[in-house]
Design a protein around this ligand. Structure first.
Ligand SMILES: N[C@@H](CCC(=O)N[C@@H](CS)C(=O)NCC(=O)O)C(=O)O
Length: 236
């Protein structure tokens, strides 16, 4: 299906907005981007685009779509591709349910530990959060992922699926932010991740995709996250 003019209101440091970039690139859609400065109050014109003031927002022709998961799902539905089978195709509804369950598991069981590590104020707290993160991957995610005989992406696919569109920006953080210049995960996280080989293979394959890493700047994103956490701490 041909697409109308698409504008993405975004900020490259935001993992939620990053989902929309991945979905657009994987769907082969051209788009313009408007960067929203999240360090300043939103301007009135942007609150007309998205009254919640959040990024991402997608302008698709005359229509505005907000909330990153809804934007990604909308693009996958409007432009059918390898990301998601049609719900009325053979096993399509089941595959969609499997992807939805996987993404739900990632965000309900694993991501809270990632956030705890990023918020940690001592090395000991950060180490404990990284340990809990790997334990949650082991307990809840590892068996949902393909083994080395299958394709690396969800369901054994050789190409990205909606599961990676929705988790890829969060995987970049888990795999990158243990370095001394970022420091939001403990330095021993890469070693601990060796104990969850399916996750590691899947996550590495995902972040190597150009559609996932083309807007990524690890240090700049970590600095933005630190600034945001410092601001939130001041507000307490
Ligand atoms: N549930 C939203 C979350 C989006 C979100 O929290 N975006 C953040 C940036 S990462 C934002 O726009 N924050 C507004 C602000 O920082 O003022 C989604 O998935 O789209």
């Amino acid at each position: 299906m041909s697409a109308p003019k698409i504008t993405l209101y975004t900020n490259h440091r935001c993992p939620w907005a990053h989902r929309a970039h991945i979905a657009l690139k994987e769907s082969g859609l051209d788009y313009e981007e408007v960067i929203i400065d999240l360090t300043k109050p939103r301007e009135p014109w942007y609150l007309e685009v998205n009254p919640r003031g959040l990024v991402p927002s997608l302008r698709y022709g005359e229509d505005i779509i907000t909330e990153s998961a809804i934007v990604a799902q909308f693009l996958a539905d409007a432009h059918p591709s390898h990301l998601l089978p049609a719900s009325n195709s053979k096993d399509g509804a089941l595959q969609r349910a499997r992807i939805a369950f996987f993404v739900d598991t990632f965000f309900s069981k694993v991501q809270p530990h990632s956030m705890a590590s990023q918020r940690a104020s001592t090395d000991a707290e950060r180490k404990a959060a990284s340990e809990a993160l790997v334990q949650a991957i082991q307990d809840d995610l590892e068996t949902l992922l393909p083994d080395e005989l299958q394709g690396p992406f969800f369901g054994g696919s050789d190409r990205l699926t909606l599961a990676e569109v929705l988790t890829g920006s969060f995987l970049l953080r888990i795999l990158s932010w243990h370095t001394p210049d970022t420091g939001l995960f403990s330095a021993d996280l890469p070693e601990r991740l060796q104990t969850v080989p399916r996750f590691l293979r899947w996550a590495k394959a995902t972040v190597e995709q150009e559609s996932v890493n083309y807007i990524w700047d690890s240090k700049a994103s970590a600095d933005a996250m630190k600034a945001k956490l410092a601001k939130l701490a001041q507000q307490k």
